[in-house]
Design a protein around this ligand. Sequence first.
Ligand code: XLS
Ligand code: CA
Ligand code: CA
Length: 438
Amino acid sequence: MSEYFKGIGNISYEGSKSDNPLSYKYYNPEEVVAGKTMRDHFKFGLSYWHTLCAEGVDMFGEGTADKSFGAACAMDHAKHKVHACFELLGKMDIDYFCFHDRDVAPEGATLAESNKNLDIIVDEIEGAMKQSGKKLLWGTANLFSNKRFVHGAGTAPNADVFAYAAAQIKKALEVTVRLGGTGYTFWGGREGYETLLNTKMGFELDNMARLMHMAVEYGRKIGFTGDFYIEPKPKEPMKHQYDFDAATAHAFLQKYGLMGDFKLNIEANHATLAGHSFQHELMYARENGLLGSIDANTGDLLLGWDTDQFPTSIYEAAFCMLEVLKAGGFTTGGLNFDAKARRGSFDPEDIFLSYISGIDAYALGLKIAAKIIEDGRIDKFVEDRYASYKTGIGADIVSGKVGFVELEKYAIEMGEVATNKSGRQEYLESLLNQIIIG
Ligand code: XLS
Ligand code: CA
Ligand code: CA
């Protein structure tokens, strides 16, 4: 088997004093934090599309990174990508990967040919998985790149496109089950609209739900026991995407009776595009039992689009891991780096350096999150802030004992609200720094 990343050996934990750029400074996979090894907490995943496919093309320029892996033709290229992927997983000690059907195998002239191509490459992936012990976190179908999906897939105005999308998901589900994936993601890149002048919004949403019900029915039939995920994103490429944010996806799942089979795959960059913080989306998902998996990355606030950069902010990583710890950890999901090195970082080595930057940031984030919980002062502050609901009139409100009539009587007798306590935002922000630095 050829080696694609020659001269780069296994990346291992060398500690924070190491000056070897090709080592983990904080991620020590077997170190126990908050009762579990770091490896088990994170279930780190590699994104096939960015890592093996993206060559740094942007709207204004061609690729800068060579990801041809010395291949002669499309199918040969696909095979080389599989082995390059497993070399990276092995060298970086990453246990999981995620892919779209079209990332791994080229689209053929017909759907039957595309399926055949996929089967050939999935054989290759299955072999590499058996040999290495690496696992599939989630699978998905690319229902946004081909021009047939110009007006959407499940929400397309053309029923033939709906049928094609359904067929593609059927195959992607079969592949996910075959490879033991524990999640299946719906990211609706084209499921939205450019103008309401030509759009039946309600009908499109009904159709999206029809497609998802078909996926659940078929998936369960062929033995998929994992979770389906909706990955919210408000826009880009469409002006408006229906899975706008966690709360919108939640309302959709409830309306169409899909709760139970679906959870959410929360991506940091999509949260900020929706005008939320990453933590907001994660907290919303956790508090509603919907925290399924995470696409870890970051945007750039000055650019304002979906730049899918590797995350290096330890604050963001800490807030994220705080939600994961409070949720009791991942079940089917994990932490997939849906991220790519910048266009200017085009050396093969940059793939390693960028994963190291994200993985180390999350290792620090986990440790900070565990410290926040162990310290307990922030959680206690929040508990105390709502203490008035534990006794007296507050307890009566929560238990449903009182309504407007009783509350009016209470308010009249009370006169004015006697005390309102400070929210102490600045104190909490500096306490957080104190907990981090110690
Ligand atoms: C694009 C999305 C996509 C999904 C999978 O913005 O992040 O890559 O994660 O289809
Ligand atoms: Ca994503
Ligand atoms: Ca993204």
